[in-house]
Design a protein around this ligand. Structure first.
Ligand SMILES: O=C(O)CCC(=O)C(=O)O
Ligand SMILES: [Fe+2]
Length: 283
């Protein structure tokens, strides 16, 4: 199966055309697709039609599937599929993340075994709002002066699910908190499959730089987040129903714009682990 690619962002983010993700994709095509995805960090495929089975079948080819700690937002029959939605059923949200804008983050940075790839499939999309933005943390890193890169490469960041729990105002049951202890990851990260280094940032989940005075740590983290979220490092996606975006969390952070709470927005999501996340360490 041959596919074509079209560049969407400045030096990253590509649209892949000519692939039906629900079909049988041969090994050679899958390998090429996976490579294109990792090299571009963000892969967009339009006009897809996927049920949970097809999403899981395709996603599993990248790695072991991730199951989100917040069980209440799982697709009823398939814990590997998470619903992202503002919709409610019997007065309760059926999915995660509501309708408000999100803080910049890299998925599951607050876990030891971070999520490598995320696949998000648009089922219902509002007329306006809810765009998702991706910032290229490898380009942001490369654009820093060499001396600065060397300083940063010795630092480590402490992450905690509590940070996002507080911002979202969504209480975390004790059992879910205990399953998610604070963790430490390097601030500069090497891609496991490509000769590429980048910043690893997830402001929505970050407590502090390890061993640094709080004020200094806060200042450095704000400076890096502001540096990496400049327009020149960003691709902004305006969703249409049937869109699939697959992103590589190694060297990206992403955020979402708010949308009208009375509009309907529903996306279905899978994620997979790295075969071996060398960065993992207890805080
Ligand atoms: O709602 C969105 O567009 C993005 C949600 C998100 O951050 C995620 O699914 O990881
Ligand atoms: Fe996310």
């Amino acid at each position: 199966m041959a596919f074509t690619t079209k560049q969407l962002g400045d030096g990253f983010a590509a649209e892949i055309q000519g692939v039906d993700l629900a079909a049988d994709i041969d090994e050679a095509t899958f390998t090429a697709l996976r490579r294109t995805w990792m090299e571009n960090k963000v892969a967009v495929l339009r006009g897809q039609k996927l049920d949970d089975g097809a999403m899981m079948r395709f996603s599993r080819r990248f790695g072991e599937l991730f199951v989100h700690v917040r069980k209440q937002f799982h697709s009823p029959e398939h814990p590997e599929v998470l619903l992202i939605s503002n919709l409610e059923q019997d007065g309760r949200p059926i999915g995660a993340l509501g309708h408000e804008g999100l803080a910049w983050h890299s998925d599951q940075a607050y876990t030891a075994k971070r999520v490598f790839g995320t696949l998000l499939y648009a089922v219902e999309i509002p007329e306006a709002g809810g765009n998702t933005l991706f910032a290229d943390l490898a380009q942001a890193y490369t654009a820093l002066p060499a001396a600065r890169r060397a300083e940063l490469s010795t630092l480590e960041t402490i992450y905690s699910i509590e940070v996002t729990t507080k911002t979202e105002g969504l209480p975390l049951p004790n059992e879910q908190r205990q399953a998610t202890p604070d963790v430490v990851h390097s601030l500069v990260r090497r891609h496991p499959h490509l000769a590429r280094e980048g910043l690893y940032l997830s402001p929505a989940h970050t407590l502090a730089i390890r061993g640094m005075a709080r004020a200094e740590s806060d200042a450095l983290l704000s400076e890096l987040a502001a540096w990496a979220s400049q327009d020149r490092f960003i691709y902004e996606h305006e969703w249409a129903e049937g869109d699939v975006i697959i992103w590589d969390n190694t060297h990206l952070m992403h955020t979402r714009r708010p949308f009208n709470p009375t509009a309907r927005r529903l996306l279905r999501r899978t994620g997979w682990y790295y075969a071996d996340d060398a960065g993992e360490r207890a805080a």
